[in-house]
Design a protein around this ligand. Structure first.
Ligand code: G6P
Length: 360
């Protein structure tokens, strides 16, 4: 096992550091000049569809929350994003004009597989995004796209998540391209630079290790974000609770005043993500509301945003806001990882959790 860890203390850490490489692998051959190439889907006539469902569980669900927003914006097709265990029991409105996309690292999650079968029965065209070659989901779906993350051993998903984000963004832009929508070619260009940016963020690990010290003696942590940043904070909070057992919740920043702010007191830690320029100023003002009530804030944002009174601010590289979802995952993974290490938790095998949930 030590040999498999390649000199890292844990599989989770090894997998965090593999991200530049596996993102590169997931992009390989899929961007040619400024065109997205997904030959696996060339037989689909996207004009036949009037709505899209995204379905997944756990971390993969958080990836779909980002991917579905991007697809809706680029293609103008209405999207629905659902946790698989809800989808299968809620009589989803599906017919032959529905495209249903299922995301699963293992390709074996029972609820996601059952949801896929239901969508097929109701006539949808199904696409699986999977990591494990030949997994059940990849055999059952009409079409399959693979993330190229390689084997993910740690229970807490890291590299599978970021490669899912990359592939979902590629998919959104691919569909837009086929439907002849206006496309942000700069974003497609920037996708190729993401592995290098991820590498740069990995080199800042000591900063996030310091942030983790703020969480060591706390029972609760609060994550806030808006728009795509909300998907990111949901995943950040899940990562923290999975590996460090710190109770963490993620809130749409605009909802703070409708309840969660009642919990903020002297010494609370708020982890805020504000990478979306059209809405960052609003999140900044929510941050001030928590500071006024005694919170210590960790802020992950981009240059150009006006930041006041936040000592612990990390600036992400300057790329398209859509791609920040990939980059901001890295600091959030590190914060969870180091918090778990400081607390002496078994990072790779958190209590009560399984890598793949093959029972309902
Ligand atoms: C389990 C794992 C999570 C994972 C989820 C969905 O809960 O612990 O890390 O996100 O299942 O798994 P899948 O293989 O379908 O992506």
């Amino acid at each position: 096992e030590a040999a498999q860890k390649d000199g890292y203390d844990t599989f989770m850490l090894k997998e965090i550091y593999e991200q530049p490489h596996v993102i590169q692998e997931t992009l390989r051959g899929r961007i040619i000049e400024d065109k997205i190439v997904l030959d696996e889907l060339q037989d689909i006539d996207f004009k036949d569809y009037n709505k899209v469902y995204f379905v997944a569980c756990g971390t993969a669900y958080h990836a779909t929350l980002c991917g579905s927003q991007v697809l809706e914006r680029t293609t103008k097709l209405p999207v629905n994003t659902m946790v698989a265990s809800e989808f299968r029991y809620n009589d989803p409105l599906i017919d032959k004009h529905t495209l249903a996309i299922f995301v699963s690292q293992s390709g074996e999650t029972a609820d996601t597989l059952a949801a896929l079968r239901l969508a097929k029965e109701k006539g949808a065209t199904t696409i699986a995004i999977a990591n494990v070659l030949g997994s059940t989901i990849s055999r059952d779906a009409d079409y399959v796209l693979y993330t190229c993350a390689g084997p993910e051993i740690a229970v807490a998903s890291t590299k599978a998540y970021t490669t899912q984000l990359v592939l979902l963004i590629l998919l959104a832009y691919y569909v837009a391209q086929v439907l002849e929508k206006n496309i942000d070619h700069e974003l497609i260009d920037q996708l190729n630079t993401i592995p290098q940016y991820v590498e740069n963020i990995l080199n800042d690990h000591a900063i996030f290790e310091n942030y983790a010290k703020m969480l060591e003696n706390l029972h609760d942590a609060y994550f806030i974000g808006r728009s795509l940043d909300y998907a990111s904070v949901l995943e950040g909070a899940l990562k923290l609770k999975e590996v460090s057992y710190v109770h963490a919740d993620a809130y749409v920043a605009g909802e703070l005043k409708h309840g969660p702010i009642a919990l903020i007191e002297e010494g609370s830690v708020v982890i805020a993500v504000a990478t979306q320029p059209h809405i960052a100023a609003k999140t900044m003002s929510n941050i001030q509301e928590t500071i006024a009530r005694g919170a210590n804030v960790i802020l992950l944002t981009t240059h150009g945003e006006e930041v006041k009174n936040v000592e612990n601010t990390y600036y992400l590289p300057d790329v398209s806001p859509t791609l920040q979802s990939i980059l901001v995952a890295i600091p959030l993974q590190f914060i969870a990882y180091y918090t778990a290490c400081i607390k002496g938790c078994d990072v790779d095998k958190p209590r009560n959790l399984a890598k793949s949930v093959t029972v309902e």
